[in-house]
Ligand binder design. Structure first.
Ligand code: ATP
Length: 889
């Protein structure tokens, strides 16, 4: 295999020989060896930060640096033990920070793996799907409209192939490709029409190609500006930005308070250096610099949970938006229904029947179209047929096979010579076949009934070809209506004969067809969809069905699933693509409020529907699978791609991908989204109220000229009580009403719904209780004991308060006090770390603590627990007087 072999200037045979492969693809072991030898087909991203540099970054904080300087100074002042502890705490803090960042990074890596696309490749003569990164040079791959080209390919077969190469060349008009071209050696990349390049997008047609370069050796790898499914996963969300902004205000506020603490202490003639250390420690402890990392971890854990529920998140920021979704526009086929099609009715020869056998020419032609006019691959494995392809087409091929028509066998005598592929705007497809021992060619078409009837001028009935008059059309439409209202998906079939010269005029191939018949397929709703629709309505979310299928079919299924509002007129709730075309934006905007089912729509209509809803200020989710759905998905607040039937292109623009194509998964994702957002708010509430507690304690104490804590105490309390409970709150179970309340408004900020108030009053409360304990301690015991009691209370009260934060509405006792086992573990871990400095004599010495008596412990514990009944009272009042607010009304 030569690197400098100019594949575009060589014949297909030469290329195949040079790459030591065959049209049947590589053997499994050869592919495996090549993978080992040449490496994975991936574009390497920039170098990752080393753990050391992550560690160093933790110290890039002015206050931390000031504290280190202060600690070093205190060594010279003979306070070596204090200094050592301060530095130790800072190092442990940095280690925690690194651990958090690594965890967040790992989760994002896992996310990228989940998003790895697949390629269709021939190995050992079989067509199979493998992860794109496993492709090797010499592999034979198939590409079709909607695919992102998985590696650099020399095309070996191509059918109407068009590729958008803008990712590589900047040229936005799709380029026509031709496998049979042999080009000049010097032709530039943009003119290599017999090649397809990694990262470019197939917009039309299909092709087979042999992989000539993978990974960094591909053209796009060389210029390394690859935007594909894997690499555009961003890690910073608007929530992070908001938090950073809030963080800035908090930093300024806390620095101001720390400054006041310092000045006040000095004015009270307290030790200047001690006061300086106190102020800086307070700043280090209270500035919530760990918040963004905690949010990332909570989001990342949430993402993994969602993946387990089959929703693969591609952007962390979508999680917040997901929880706020107000309208879900969903495809019908495969999303609300099972996409397990089965032919159950046939209309042919003027007759609607449940079954049909090959009797006359008309039925024979109908079965041939079923078998040949599709892109299904059929293989016989142990004499059992295995089909790969679109479920609608598979149902037809399977039905024909059961009637004795083997697709592979007739393909040999009726070779496909031309095709006009299916696309959801045209709603039909056509193939042209040459017939052995016959001069003529046959054109086979299938598609939506209305579309095919428009193309037909004749009808075949019992071997006879008659004009397609109004009477015949009415009969067909009648049969169509009957099948559609029983929720069947109906396709129409037509054909004609042409000669070679007529094939040259591509525009007329689909004209003047002869109508042959209709086929009705059942596609039952998914069982989970019934519940999911109900959950949507309960949660204030509107489910809307958008389908390319016939109005009656769509309506029948929508009624069955209870998407239609039975209290309102049915005809107000259905709109077809043709009707949409007649409406201007304003009228459509008015209509969308009522419409629950859109039938016979094309992808452009989806875009208009999204825009109409967005103009109402609603948060809209939109599903899509086909290549033309990408604009609608992009326009929606949440673009939902289909994992199984979706094209690479739609997946690459979507915010979430449904691994199971299931509507219920969207609803599950919304629930997870709401829960995660709630939990992030809980983590924030916990962290900020803890910090405020610390600030209040020290601020008021300084004003009162009390020494309640030493600097290392503040650092320690902050270290041991911060991270664990916040993370445990981040994985709190969903509150029982999470899908009973209305979506939160998009204008609502993170502190809305009383969160800001809770943070403030709870922080204040913690500070006051802690000071009260100091007061009692100093009144009845000595200062050392009082400080020890304060130290223990400030820490323990944070931990008990974490239990309050599990819900701002529901009583802790109703939720089950210990039902969040992670919080219980966090409590134990934090409490153990807190008490270790009291129990180990040497540490106790360094921390300048006293041994507490039973009574003193009792006071500490009672004071720390007292925050629970107080908050319970506030929750009770909120539940009874402010519930509506909570529900987001
Ligand atoms: P949904 O939009 O709910 O996924 P859909 O699969 O019906 O539904 P499209 O794939 O856009 O949407 O198909 C539109 C119409 O085109 C279908 O209703 C059907 O009449 C016709 N059709 C679907 N698949 C094919 C096909 N493979 N060949 C020919 N016609 C097809």
């Amino acid at each position: 295999m030569q690197q400098s072999f100019n594949f575009h200037s060589k014949s297909i045979e030469e290329v195949i020989e040079n790459l030591k492969t065959s049209p049947n693809g590589l053997a499994f072991d050869e592919a495996e060896q090549r993978l080992k030898l040449y490496g994975k087909n991936i574009i390497e991203e920039g170098k990752k930060k080393s753990i050391f540099s992550l560690f160093v970054e933790q110290f890039k904080n002015v206050m931390v640096l000031v504290l280190i300087a202060a600690a070093i100074i205190s060594i010279f002042l003979g306070e070596a033990a204090d200094a050592a502890i301060i530095i130790a705490v800072l190092i442990i803090n940095a280690v925690f920070g690194v651990a958090q960042e690594l965890k967040a990074e790992k989760a994002i890596e896992a996310l990228k793996k989940l998003n790895m696309p697949y390629a269709k490749v021939y190995r050992n003569g079989h067509l199979m799907q493998i992860k794109t990164d496993e492709l090797v040079v010499g592999d034979i791959v198939e590409i079709e409209a909607g695919d992102i080209v998985p590696a650099d390919l020399r095309l070996v077969e191509s059918y109407n192939l068009k590729i958008d190469e803008s990712a590589l060349t900047g040229e936005s008009i799709p380029v026509e490709k031709d496998a049979n071209a042999i080009l000049d050696q010097s032709s530039p990349i943009a003119e290599r029409t017999n090649m397809a390049f990694m990262g470019t997008v197939v917009t039309y047609g299909r092709a087979k190609g042999v992989v000539v370069a993978t990974g960094m050796k591909t053209e796009i790898g060389k210029i390394a500006n690859f935007v594909n499914i894997q690499s555009n996963i961003e890690t910073k969300t608007p929530l992070h930005e908001k938090l950073e902004e809030i963080g800035k205000y908090l930093t300024v506020g806390i620095l101001a308070i720390a400054f006041i603490v310092f000045i006040t202490g000095v004015l009270y003639k307290r030790d200047v250096f001690e006061m300086f250390l106190t102020a800086v420690s307070l700043a280090v402890a209270a500035i919530p610099e760990g918040l963004p990392a905690i949010v990332t971890i909570v989001l990342a854990i949430g993402v993994q949970k969602m993946a387990r529920r089959n929703a693969i998140i591609r952007r962390l920021s979508s999680i917040e938006t997901l929880g706020r979704v107000e309208v879900i526009c969903t495809d019908k086929t495969g999303t609300l229904t099972q996409n397990k099609m089965n032919v159950v009715k046939i209309y042919c020869n003027d007759n609607l029947s449940d079954n049909l056998d090959l009797e006359d020419t008309t039925t024979k032609i109908l079965f041939r179209i079923m078998a040949l006019c599709n892109d299904v691959k059929m293989e016989l494995i142990d004499k059992q047929p295995k089909f790969i392809g679109d479920p609608t087409e598979t149902a037809l091929v399977k039905f024909a096979y059961e009637k004795g028509l083997n697709k592979n066998a007739i393909e040999k005598v009726m070779k496909r010579v031309y095709e006009i592929p299916f696309d959801s705007t045209r709603k039909m497809m056509t193939t042209v076949h040459e017939v052995k021992n016959d001069q003529n060619l046959v054109v086979f078409s299938k598609g939506a009934v209305d579309v095919i009837i428009d193309k037909c001028r004749f009808i075949m009935i019992k071997d006879e070809i008659l004009p397609l008059d109004e009477k015949a059309i009415n009969k067909i439409l009648q049969a169509n209506k009957e099948m559609s209202s029983n929720a069947l998906r109906v396709l129409a079939f037509a054909y004609k004969e042409i000669d070679e010269t007529q094939l040259q005029n591509k525009n007329t191939i689909e004209d003047n067809l002869i109508f042959v018949g209709l086929v009705g397929m059942i596609d039952p709703p998914r069982k989970e969809a019934y519940d999911a629709v109900k959950v949507c309505y309960d949660a204030g979310i509107l489910p809307v069905m958008i389908t390319g299928d016939h109005k009656d079919t769509a309506l029948a299924i929508a009624k069955d699933l209870k998407i239609i509002d039975t209290n309102k007129a049915e005809n107000l709730q259905v709109l077809t693509g043709t009707e949409i075309e007649k409406l201007d934006h304003e009228t459509l905007k008015e209509k969308v409020k009522e419409v629950r089912v859109y039938a016979r729509v094309s992808p452009e209509h989806k875009l208009r529907i999204v825009k109409a809803w967005k103009d109402h200020g609603k948060i809209v989710a939109m599903t899509g699978d086909g290549v033309n759905d990408a604009p609608a998905l992009k326009a929606a607040d949440i673009g939902v791609g289909m994992g199984i039937t979706g094209t690479d292109v739609t997946k690459s623009v979507s915010d979430i991908i449904l691994a199971d194509d299931n509507f219920a998964t969207i609803v599950a994702a919304v629930e997870e989204g709401r829960k995660i957002y709630d939990n992030i708010r809980k983590a924030i509430q916990f962290l900020l109220s803890s910090n405020i507690g610390e600030v209040v304690t020290l601020f008021l104490a300084t004003l009162l000229n009390w020494t309640v804590l030493y600097p290392i105490h503040i650092l320690w309390v902050n270290l041991v009580t911060d991270t664990f409970p916040a993370l445990a709150l981040g994985v709190e179970k969903a509150e029982s009403d999470v899908m009973k309340r209305k979506p939160k408004k998009s204008s609502e900020n993170i502190f809305a719904g009383g969160l800001g108030f809770s943070i403030l009053y709870q922080g204040l409360l913690k500070g006051l209780i802690t000071l009260l304990v100091f007061f009692i301690g100093s009144k009845f015991y000595d200062t050392k004991v009082a400080i020890t009691m304060t130290f223990m209370t400030l820490s323990l009260i944070q931990l008990t308060h974490a239990y309050n934060v599990r819900s701002n509405i529901n009583s802790l006792f109703k939720m089950g006090v210990f039902s969040n086992k992670y919080l219980n573990l966090a409590f134990i871990a934090s409490f153990a770390l807190q008490t270790v400095v009291l129990v180990v004599p040497q540490l106790r010495e360094i921390f300048r603590l006293a041994v507490l008596s039973f009574t003193q412990w009792t006071i500490v514990i009672l004071a720390s627990i007292s925050i629970i009944p107080i908050v319970e009272v506030v929750k009770y009042i909120t539940r009874h007087f402010f519930v509506d607010e909570h529900k987001g009304n």
